[in-house]
Design a protein around this ligand. Sequence first.
Ligand SMILES: C[S@@+](CC[C@H](N)C(=O)[O-])C[C@H]1O[C@@H](n2cnc3c(N)ncnc32)[C@H](O)[C@@H]1O
Length: 221
Amino acid sequence: MSARSSGGRPGAASRVTPATGSTAKQYDAAYFEKWYRDPRHRVKTPAEFTRQVEFVLHMAEWVLQRPLRSVLDVGCGEGQWGVALRRQRPALAYVGVDPSEWAVSRHGARRGLLQGSITDLDALLPADASYDLVLSVGMLNYLSAATLRDGLRQVARRTGGVAYLELFAQGDELEGDTDWPRPKPAAWYRTLLATSGFTPLGLHCYVTRAEADRVAALERL
Ligand SMILES: C[S@@+](CC[C@H](N)C(=O)[O-])C[C@H]1O[C@@H](n2cnc3c(N)ncnc32)[C@H](O)[C@@H]1O
């Protein structure tokens, strides 16, 4: 599944790949091969992925006003964001969390991945750990409302700088596999993100209310 944000910049594709919500889905070798490497199905070209990583890295460093030191990637899949970010910032501390048994046993030790769900962050991570950047890319749309609500609160508690949270709403133009819960109106997500403690900066970027002073009044939406 992929999505194109119809309300976005002209000609700019925002895409998500298939994730969960359905216990039948298998996040195994075949899944990652199909949606990430097979040119007939993959939803981002290598150039699009690189552009997205560069954008998020530089957005985060602009807000932090220093190089990025730590990243938590929730629903990290194979941890491809960690690989790409470490290429740019070799000293970066990266932790990925994903329920996929296959992805974690295949890549976990080398790439720093822990097996678990967005709702397991409190149990998986040290109590006082927070991160310069928290990512959740191509995953949140597939969660039930209850899981999203619980998960976003846990994500907010771990966000020590900025968060990049890809979410698509009703009216966004979707492509490909649409095996996910019907997206809710944008206002529903805005309310949920606000009650979870996030202040939007646009383009899927957020600061927590505690970190809101990092940005100017007109950078907050
Ligand atoms: C489309 S992949 C995205 C992977 C990665 N974020 C990326 O951009 O390369 C979706 C991932 O969401 C994960 N996922 C599914 N349910 C989840 C949950 N409840 N908590 C965290 N991750 C979940 C899946 O295991 C899968 O690896």
